[in-house]
Design a protein around this ligand. Sequence first.
Ligand code: BTN
Length: 334
Amino acid sequence: MYNSFDSPGLVKVLTFLQTHNTEYLSGQDLSDVLRISRVAIWKHIKKIQELGYTVESKQKLGYKLISNSDLLLPWEITSGLKTEVIGQQAYYFDSIESTQIQALKMIKDENKNGAIIVAAEQTGGKGRIGRKWISPKGGLWFSIILYPKFDISITTLFPIASALALSIAIEKTFEIKPELKWPNDLTIKGKKIAGMLVDVSLESNKIESLVLGTGINFDVNVKEIEKTLKKIPNFYGLASLSEQKKKIKPIELIQSFLIELEKIYKSLENRQTGKIISEWTKRSATIGKIVELNTINGKIKGKATRIDNDGALVVSENKKNHRVIAGDIMHLSK
Ligand code: BTN
């Protein structure tokens, strides 16, 4: 595991190499400028290379950074990130059971507000409604810890608002407009590119903490994953962002999402839900469709007409309106 704050020496050396990547820097110069011993400089450079950065080393000339690492390393996430809280602490795992489980273990520590836990792969990824979430290398799998100040009634709107934030971030980076499938799926041409999961812990009617888990099919083998998912009820197909024309670095998308999420999170704390609902509705693939929902109270089939202030979907069936807070939805009409 690596985090964004435990390796200040390594980050100093790396940042210096990144900002002076047109020239060779001698070990002695690095040592003088950064006030780190030459032995430590050498150790940091070795580690930087191990982490997937290409650093050329030439006798008599010194070191030069040729290319960055493809890993979602924590200091790359926090570096230059224009947020106040969300994403200002980052943790990275090469392989973990589930970032959601890891985040839930960490929530007791109040210093973790806004922390993001990222994994290159998950061996036991969790999806909504107790489903598995297949998370091979190439996807973006992460969880964010929050201690919100908003009212409990807003909790159910939070996942919907987060899906909106991700759709805005994808639009800003990839220049495509994903659609939103209630409650919190993102789709492109009707296929799922991302999903979200929220674990809430309450204490005497107050929200103590939230963990927002986000899974983005960034560069995954869709065919391979679909083989496993085909048997799941209501499975409607997958898509990968790598199929898009525009090529974006994963870090760019994550940072853009963290910025959009923080904006929306602040609006929720200020009870400005109207704008979120109208923006979500504009991007929604669900509103106006004939849908079928499996809820704990049985099946509902009707027209999805709107979402309420708390994110509940209103479905009208034979002139009767049903409010659905949670459930599994299938779009029956195009
Ligand atoms: C869904 O079912 O649509 C929600 C999927 C959420 C998956 C993400 S991946 C990162 C985080 N860790 C998990 O185990 N699940 C969430």
